[in-house]
Design a protein around this ligand. Structure first.
Ligand SMILES: *Cc1c(COP(=O)(O)O)cnc(C)c1O
Length: 224
């Protein structure tokens, strides 16, 4: 096995082991920002379909190269309003919706038959520097998304503060899980809670994540 195959298998089995404790499947999103398309190709050859990108332009360039692979593209970086058209047209998922203003242009520019799958990004640690909506604004934003015919509300996403104390991270994940359970009372179709990265995805799964976003643990170290 080459090293890419080794790390892919290791991450998959760690996810499976953590998910088995919770009794529900957990999806792996391969975070490919700044990674070469050749490395993404290698992962796709091993069966990985879902890739997360932070920058719209970078993703579009990669999509042209990898068009034949029918991958699933997730935008996981902050969405600027001038990118709503490209996002609506070229992504399968938007994980970072955090304000109602973006819903109308996304809905208008979405032209394909399948709706854009949307996660609301929540600023769960109330960090001033972070994007994401405040927990008490989730409901209002969910209602706006649900009213847009070309968008489908699929759940919540968060990037908790990378606190060195993992117990603090665990509590942030647990608060997200509470918000997710509440959302599902009104929107049972919301089936995705996206949280956990290379350092803490097992902790996130233990607290109820259904999708983890893993970059550095999957790919070779970035060239310096
Ligand atoms: C980069 C990134 C990840 C992956 O982080 P790693 O620590 O490399 O696994 C996950 N989610 C978001 C939003 C990111 O920007």
């Amino acid at each position: 096995m080459n090293s890419c195959e080794t790390s892919y298998k290791v991450i998959q089995s760690r996810i499976r082991a953590a998910a088995a404790q919770r009794n529900h499947p957990v999806d792996l999103l391969a975070v490919s920002k700044t990674r070469a398309t050749a490395d993404m190709c290698a992962l796709a050859a091993l069966g990985q379909r879902a890739f997360g990108e932070n920058y719209v332009q970078e993703a579009l360039a990669k999509q042209r190269v990898l068009a034949d692979l029918s991958l699933e593209w997730h935008l996981i970086g902050p969405l600027q309003s001038n990118k709503s058209r490209d996002t609506a047209r070229h992504f399968d998922w938007l994980q970072t919706l955090d304000r109602p203003k973006l819903v109308e242009p996304l809905n208008r520019f979405r032209e394909t038959a399948t709706p854009l799958k949307v996660l609301i990004q929540v600023n769960i640690d109330d960090e001033a520097s972070k994007s994401g909506c405040a927990p008490d604004r989730i409901d209002a934003l969910a209602d706006v998304v649900a009213a847009a015919p070309r968008l489908t509300l699929r759940g919540l996403m968060a990037i908790p503060a990378p606190h060195p104390d993992f117990d603090r991270r665990r509590r942030a994940f647990a608060r997200m899980r509470e918000q997710f359970d509440r959302l599902r009372q009104n929107y049972p179709g919301a089936d995705t809670l996206s949280m956990g990265m290379s350092e803490d995805f097992e902790l996130a799964i233990a607290e109820g994540a259904t999708m983890v976003r893993v970059g550095s643990a999957l790919f070779e170290p970035r060239p310096r």
